[in-house]
Design a binder for this molecule. Structure first.
Ligand SMILES: [Zn+2]
Length: 398
């Protein structure tokens, strides 16, 4: 049983949804579950009908809710209008979306990170539910409210913590933009749940203290010992937790520590990269030399000479000096490959403070150097005897 006028006050200001003329509804009639007045015991009578049209994933529904009241004028319950409770199993009164659509929206938005545009298109294409972007945003907001209410419900919470011996709590403030109020979030780390969040205009100790009191009340209500607190070293947290949770260890967040240490690390890394780039230079000059040297050997296919001359070259293609030229071309390919690899290494800027790009750059350059060294040693051993003519030029360049 629901008392209808309370709901009307709250949601009565919303724009009604305009259904297209040809919408095909499935009609369901719902009646108030009770037959007798709770106050005087007399029979309730139907006083009105409310027509509630909603989208569900299985098509539009037309709920005909038979509203009832106590007809006895002398009964104090007489002015109240009662509404069938079964309606709320399909949708909240005055909502245009059924629970299934609201859950569908929330799951796609928050678990799959779909955008409002994507949600809108998918609802229209697959379910023929046509909504404006604002309407979708409104319902996503409602989904969040319902989710928060459910997660904070004492029964739900007690069930989630039934087999947990003690809890570990964390508090942090998130400021979306400078000058805006900061959202303080209290999380529990054992079950990884957000317990509650409050926007606070200041980070003053007294305001933060209220959140810590609330956290203590929650833990007490659950009957769980607080084993640990975790936060950054904000003054209000340090003092507040010591006051509200005497004897509970307070650890400072490693994430904040890393963030603070990241700046100097990345600055040092950036200086190291500049130094390395300065050492390994002349790459372009080397490449240009190799390419122009190759052009002058006038290999078929690479030649820019007129067709007549090229035909001349083609005739001699298998002669010994051409074989040597081909060997040299292979060598210059190797040099250009090395140049490309080194350029790739010097341009690599990826990685955070735990994997500084400069460190990776140093390692990669070391590998290139080792590779060059292996080639030089192989040459000395005579393995590259046929190509040896090409090596002195290129290795001096490196
Ligand atoms: Zn009555």
């Amino acid at each position: 049983m629901l008392v209808a006028h309370h709901i009307l006050d709250k949601e009565g200001t919303l724009m009604p949804y305009r259904w297209p003329e040809d919408t095909k509804f499935t009609r369901i009639t719902l009646a108030v579950e009770e037959q007798w007045c709770r106050t005087c015991g007399g029979a309730l009578s139907i006083c009105d009908h409310r027509h509630h049209r909603v989208f569900t994933l299985n098509g539009p529904l037309h709920l005909v809710c038979k509203l009832a009241h106590c007809p006895t004028r002398a009964c104090p319950a007489h002015p109240q209008t009662l509404s069938p409770e079964a309606e709320t199993a399909v949708a909240m009164p005055w909502w245009v979306l059924g629970w299934d659509v609201v859950c569908w929206l929330g799951q796609r938005r928050f678990a799959r990170h779909w955008s409002v545009g994507q949600l809108r298109a998918e609802l229209a294409d697959t379910y023929q539910i046509r909504l404006s972007a604002d309407a979708i945003e409104t319902y996503i907001h409602r989904y969040q409210q319902m989710l928060a209410a459910r997660r904070q419900a004492p029964g739900q919470l007690a069930a989630a913590y039934a087999d947990v011996e003690s809890v570990r709590l964390a508090i942090d403030g998130l400021q979306p933009e400078k000058g805006h109020e900061t959202l303080y979030v209290v999380r529990e780390l054992e079950r990884k749940r957000v317990w509650f969040a409050e926007p606070l205009l200041s980070s003053a100790t007294t305001e933060v203290q209220q959140l810590l009191v609330q956290a203590r009340v929650w833990a007490e209500r659950l009957g769980k010992r607080v084993r640990l607190w975790m936060s950054d070293k904000q003054d209000a947290f340090v003092r507040g937790i010591a006051a509200e949770f005497p004897g509970v260890p307070h650890r400072y967040c490693a994430n904040h520590f890393l963030r603070d240490v990241a700046k100097p690390v990345l600055e040092a890394d950036s200086r190291a990269k500049v130094k390395m780039r300065r050492t390994v230079r002349g790459l372009r000059v080397l490449e240009r030399e190799v390419v122009s040297a190759r052009r002058s050997t006038d290999l078929p296919g690479l030649s820019l000479a007129p067709l007549e001359e090229r035909r001349d070259t083609l005739k001699h293609v298998e002669e010994p000096q051409d074989m040597a030229a081909r060997g040299e071309a292979a060598t210059t390919d190797v040099v250009l490959d090395y140049c490309a690899a080194v350029r790739g290494i010097l341009n690599d800027d990826q990685g955070g403070p735990l994997h500084p790009p400069g460190l990776r750059m140093a390692e990669a350059l070391g590998e290139v150097q080792a590779s060059l060294q292996r080639n030089l040693e192989a040459k000395k051993g005579g393995l590259l005897a046929t190509d040896s003519r090409g090596w002195p030029d290129t290795s001096t360049g490196g």
